[in-house]
Write a protein that binds this ligand. Structure first.
Ligand SMILES: [Zn+2]
Length: 380
């Protein structure tokens, strides 16, 4: 999920908001101010409903953020990195890199989110009860009661046992613990996600057809999202399974041809490119990787400027390279193969460049594995 706006960092993790949150914010704040609150608690001025609706929507999103931040903090405590937290159309996502090392860690990371939502719901429920006891059931009570209900609903929905929901992670952890097979557990919980997705689509469409317009469509939309995400998770699990146990050192091209960062583009094209058939060349300085030049980058330099342009000026710079070691598992490297190094990673040992991993190295590894296990590459 891409963030359209950055809000800052919480617990060291960048927090962003996708523009689609605006849609939900307007739906929630508008629905509360114009429909729910005036209907349930009549007799207030229009601005009071608007203020209560907007404040409740803001607090709802803060609760959603607290839910995701709690996942992120517990994931970090269990040795995982968290890429970013993004709020979007269907709530929030904490993008966690890598996998929990045991079912217990999985339970802690997945369970904390719904627990936080539950606590927030209970706190607002108690606050609403106190307000009802000492004063009357007015607009303030209404906003508190709505916040209690929505956070409790969030907690309950999220523990439904279906990936990619938190409950799907809990199911995966339980099955993993039971059978000792993480891949089987992940595929089972992804299948449960498909079933839940299909059920929500069916119920949503039925509601829509029997008169509950927007609510039904919304449910169907959530179901459709779950269906797609669960399918993607199953495919991802199978691909990861095909590469389990393969290390970077097994697939890398060792001792790649390197070039000097001070060479000109013209020299590079006339000499290095003629001698080697590679499409990417690491730049090294005393054996250390300092950049990466790809043919695409060379092509962008106009012919007349090739003489005066140095390779270091067009290379993917050192701080943006994807670096790895021969010992790293390929499945851990794959999610990091993005950015300016064009799907390639430089392999480093003792600060010295020892190899390069390209997309063709990876697909070759997948095919070899598939051949050895007797499955077609398309099925891995
Ligand atoms: Zn969650």
């Amino acid at each position: 999920m891409t963030a359209s706006f950055r809000l800052g960092r919480i617990a060291g993790v960048p927090v962003g908001v996708n523009w689609s949150v605006l849609v939900i914010f307007v739906l929630i704040a508008g629905g509360l101010s114009i429909v729910n609150l005036p209907r349930g608690y009549p007799g207030y001025a229009g601005w009071a409903y608007a203020l209560a609706g907007i404040l409740a929507a803001v607090i709802f999103f803060l609760g959603l953020l607290a839910h995701e931040v709690s996942h992120a903090i517990v994931a970090q405590r269990n040795g995982l990195q968290v890429q970013q937290i993004t709020l979007w159309l269907f709530g929030g996502v904490a993008e966690i890199r890598g996998e929990a090392r045991d079912p217990g860690a999985e339970v802690r990371i997945a369970g904390i989110g719904p627990l936080v939502s539950l606590i927030i719901g209970v706190v607002f429920g108690v606050a609403a009860a106190i307000v009802a006891a000492v004063s009357h059931r007015g607009l303030f009570f209404g906003a508190l009661a709505w916040l209690a209900a929505i956070n409790l609903a969030l907690a309950v929905f999220n523990v439904l046992p279906a990936a990619p929901l938190d409950g799907g992670r809990l199911l995966r952890a339980a099955l993993w613990k039971w059978r000792g097979d993480r891949v089987w557990a992940a595929i089972a919980s992804a299948r449960a996600g498909r079933v839940l997705g299909a059920a929500l689509i069916a119920v949503g469409l039925w509601q829509f057809l029997t008169g509950n317009g927007i609510g039904g469509l919304w449910l169907a939309l959530i179901g459709w999202f779950l269906w797609g995400a669960a399918g993607a998770e199953e495919r991802q699990t199978r691909a990861t399974q095909a590469l389990a146990g393969v290390h970077v050192g097994d697939v890398m091209t060792a001792q790649p041809s390197t070039v000097s960062p001070d060479a000109s583009v013209a020299e590079f094209v006339d000499h290095d490119l003629m001698q080697h058939r590679h499409t990417a060349f690491p730049l090294t300085d005393a054996g250390r990787p300092v950049g990466l030049v790809t043919l695409d980058r060379v092509r962008q330099v106009p012919f007349e400027r090739r003489q005066n342009t140095k390779l270091r000026d067009i290379a993917c710079p050192a701080d943006q390279l994807t670096l790895t070691t021969p010992q790293e598992e390929l499945t851990e490297l794959l999610p990091r193969l993005n950015g300016c190094s064009d799907g390639r990673a430089l392999v480093v040992a003792d600060h010295q460049l020892v190899g390069i991993v390209s997309p063709s190295d990876v697909s070759r590894a997948v095919e070899h594995r598939a051949l050895r296990h007797g499955t077609m590459p398309g099925n891995v």
